[in-house]
Design a protein around this ligand. Structure first.
Ligand SMILES: CC(C)(COP(=O)(O)OP(=O)(O)OC[C@H]1O[C@@H](n2cnc3c(N)ncnc32)[C@H](O)[C@@H]1OP(=O)(O)O)[C@@H](O)C(=O)NCCC(=O)NCCS
Length: 134
């Protein structure tokens, strides 16, 4: 089950253990949703900044990968952004992170540019998904 959370402290232990590069943010535009199967097994963080959407990060806990959870979290965020009238969604992903690049490509994100030194000396791709205006 995917559910939005309001209290970001609920994910701090998961980030600390499995995703050290990311911390809880006080960005007022940020929204967080979790995939729960008794405990939290997946997290997506995204921001809706007026007509622009951004995926901040997505994580599925290691034991639960390749079961479609990352895809469901991404679909959830994309739908929320569509419902909030975003016209495009962008993200940065490390160039060596093939799993994530495949995931984002599967859901219609295209590589539009590079971000040199984006992650402490590591290059990233900018990926963008355009939303059809209804
Ligand atoms: C990237 C990540 C979120 C994918 O989560 P997941 O729950 O395993 O993803 P899914 O099972 O929904 O897979 C969806 C698609 O992602 C891609 N993918 C996921 N794992 C993959 C792997 N090991 N090898 C290749 N492609 C992979 C595939 O395109 C897959 O679609 P397919 O099954 O039809 O081939 C997960 O590997 C993860 O948490 N990684 C560490 C955190 C991270 O790097 N996050 C992204 C940057 S913020």
């Amino acid at each position: 089950m995917i559910t939005p959370i309001n209290n970001k402290n609920e994910i701090s232990h998961v980030l600390k253990e499995y995703f050290r590069g990311y911390q809880i943010s006080d960005d007022p535009f940020e929204k967080v949703a979790v995939y729960v199967n008794q405990d939290i097994i997946g997290i997506i963080s995204y921001s809706i900044i007026y007509e622009r959407g951004e995926i901040n990060y997505i994580i599925t806990l290691p034991d639960y990968r390749n079961q479609g959870i990352g895809g469901k979290l991404l679909e959830y965020a994309v739908n929320d952004m569509k419902n909030n009238n975003c016209i495009n969604i962008s993200l940065e992903v490390e160039q060596t992170n093939k799993n994530a690049i495949n995931l984002y490509s599967k859901y219609g994100f295209q590589i539009k540019g590079t971000r040199p030194n984006y992650y402490e000396g590591k290059d990233a791709y900018l990926m963008v998904k355009e939303i059809e205006v209804r």
